[in-house]
Design a protein. Structure first.
Length: 202
């Protein structure tokens, strides 16, 4: 905790004075982000850092592997779906970004099996991405296999967004756009992922 509290004190001494007006305005007017980001919980991949965003600019939900499950309203607990609903129907964001990344532990758990100590929730959660394994090219192995799955899971999540009726309606009306990227931790390169394309951002 000492390190966290020291970080807070640096924030108060070095960041807060310059950003105070912004925070006060956000407190007064509420949040009105234009972008929602669905990202992995991985501590190395912070959406605000990757996109150089400030307070109030991004509405972020993070989970293992940055997965978007299909639309399935029921009495269960649906944290990611609840965040999507709030972002689209209440905040009325203009875009949703799926942010995947290299060296994802959730993807590794899906491909190689979840660790024995993380099977209560990680294993069933990663089953959301099972269609990716079903379409895995047989010739891929090792790091290539994992990298392929990292990109395909991003595409799967992008496709799952379209199963939410109010997302599909907003897209059709031109009020909402959907985007997907993969961040390489080692190189720091962000690449756009589309249905048939992988394009590094320069």
């Amino acid at each position: 905790m000492d390190r966290l509290l020291a970080g807070y004190r640096r924030f108060r001494a070095e960041v807060w004075p310059a950003e105070r007006a912004r925070y006060e305005a956000l407190a007064r007017r509420g949040q009105h982000p234009e972008t929602m980001v669905v990202a992995c919980s991985d501590s190395r991949v912070d959406p605000q850092t990757v996109f150089g965003a400030g307070p109030g600019e991004l509405f972020v939900v993070r989970n293992v592997a940055g997965l978007v499950p299909p639309y399935h309203p029921d009495a269960g607990c649906h944290g990611t779906s609840a965040a999507l609903e709030y972002a689209v129907r209440v905040l009325k964001v203009a875009r949703i970004v799926i942010l995947g990344h290299a060296q994802c532990g959730g993807i590794r758990a899906m491909v190689e099996g979840a660790p024995r100590t993380a099977r209560d929730f990680v294993k069933p959660w990663m089953e959301v991405a099972a269609p990716v394994l079903g379409a895995l090219p047989a010739h891929l192995a090792g790091a290539d296999r994992l990298s392929h799955c990292e990109s395909e899971v991003v595409r799967l999540s992008l496709g799952n967004l379209a199963t939410f009726p109010w997302i599909a309606q907003a897209v059709a009306a031109g009020r909402l756009t959907l985007h997907s990227f993969r961040f390489d931790i080692r190189s720091g390169i962000l690449a756009r992922i589309e249905a048939d394309r992988f394009e590094p951002i320069v």
